[in-house]
Design a protein around this ligand. Sequence first.
Ligand SMILES: Nc1ncnc2c1ncn2[C@@H]1O[C@H](COP(=O)(O)OP(=O)(O)OP(=O)(O)O)[C@@H](O)[C@H]1O
Length: 334
Amino acid sequence: MTSSDVLSVQGLNVSVGDTQLVSDVDLTVGPGERVGLIGESGSGKSLTALSILGLLPDDVVPSGSVRLTGIGHDLIGADERALSRIRGRDLAMVFQEPMTALNPTMRIGDQIAESMLIHHTQPTRTAARTAAAALLDRVQLPPDLLRAYPHQLSGGQRQRIVLAIALANDPALLICDEPTTALDVTVQALVLDLILQGVLARSSALLFITHDLAVVATICERVLVMYGGRVVESGPVHQIFTTPRHRYTQGLLAASNLDNVPASGSAAPRAGTGSRPRLTTIPGTVPAAGHFPSGCVFRNRCPHATDRCATTPTWSGTSTSGYACHHPAGAPHA
Ligand SMILES: Nc1ncnc2c1ncn2[C@@H]1O[C@H](COP(=O)(O)OP(=O)(O)OP(=O)(O)O)[C@@H](O)[C@H]1O
């Protein structure tokens, strides 16, 4: 780990009995950096994330090293007490299914406040409640939801609550594992945008696990490709998506309908640069062309892309998630 890394995973192996499921994974994430982890189902992405979080089932055994900035010991082999001090404070997570992350018997406001009280980042219950209301507002939910129970919310609202809790203590690193896969396509883009704005506002680093290459192209700066439990390729998003070297990455891209890869390697700015990307995902089949000429019906369906918009948006997407419209950061809008 260099002194500037937020996360450093070195030589991670994960096995069950004699079966090795993850082999020799090296992975670093710098401060404020957004790193994507992609790969086919069963390639070891979730086991890698769960190893970092110390959440593997008892029969699944990790070895190697996982170091997190500001924590003086290795997370591999750390006891549950030490890990629970770190999780939710230095290291936060958003998984696919929000209901499993929420307590069904507790009001939303209490759950958000609890996350700050447990980690002593707010001094009193009153202060935590005030902070919870502000967090709810940051995920664009109305204050009356503070008194609601999880079952009274939609899936998208629940995931926004999980995100609010994850960001409550300004974690150094947020790990998202397919955070929008279980959501209705109409809210996927909003949740992605809130994740992006959330980490940018806090300068948190992001490790983002997904099948959706368009999401990686939009959100991440760097990407690692896993195949058969190994990292087979890694580098800047633009480089990997335009000149993939590994046969598996080439196949993944060919099957993806990914039309546009931002030239800088990421559509979104670095943390602290102040400009905000705008994302809108529209359900439907992805058209073959990456750019939409003025007057095109698809262009007109993007609320940011009016005829008066000063900048031509670029589009990308997959057939499962709809397609995303991205306006370059800081572009003027009518
Ligand atoms: N508890 C377990 N016991 C045995 N094998 C497991 C266990 N958990 C995961 N595996 C196996 O390890 C491999 C990697 O699983 P992992 O969940 O990390 O894949 P993934 O890349 O996240 O896939 P997906 O995208 O479908 O979530 C798979 O073959 C899976 O079946």
